[in-house]
Design a binder for this molecule. Structure first.
Ligand SMILES: [Cu+2]
Length: 125
């Protein structure tokens, strides 16, 4: 009887240790923007860049009342168009930018009408 309890208790302890390790690791910096983005650069915090047929960052979190700048650094036209019709920048030509003000808290998904695979998320607190 003891023999069957031994191994399973060890496995439980191992699983618990791994769980704790995973939790403490994920409770670190929660920035989805990548390691290179400096937290001390508020001027860029509200800008979503369009480049290589993608939004960057793909998910951005801002406070209510924040203006987001959509900057097209790509070689082709793009749009930032809410999936639910909340906003639509219309065409943003290469090298140009447009802005959208987000006053309502929520999670908003959007896409580019030119490239439907090009999607992103705005989270407003
Ligand atoms: Cu596009």
């Amino acid at each position: 009887m003891n023999r069957s309890f031994g191994p399973s208790l060890s496995l439980l302890a191992l699983a618990a240790a791994l769980f704790v390790a995973a939790c403490s690791k994920s409770s670190g910096p929660s920035s989805p923007y990548g390691a290179t983005s400096a937290p001390s650069a508020p001027a860029q915090a509200n800008t979503v860049v369009m480049a290589n047929i993608a939004f960057s960052p793909t998910s951005i979190t801002v406070a209510a009342g924040t203006t987001i700048t959509w900057q097209n650094n790509d070689g082709v036209d793009h749009t930032s168009t809410s999936d639910n019709g909340v906003w639509d920048t219309g065409t943003i030509a290469p090298g140009q930018s447009k802005t959208t003000v987000f006053n309502t808290p929520g999670t908003f998904t959007y896409h580019c009408t030119v490239h439907p695979m090009m999607t992103g998320t705005v989270v407003v607190h």
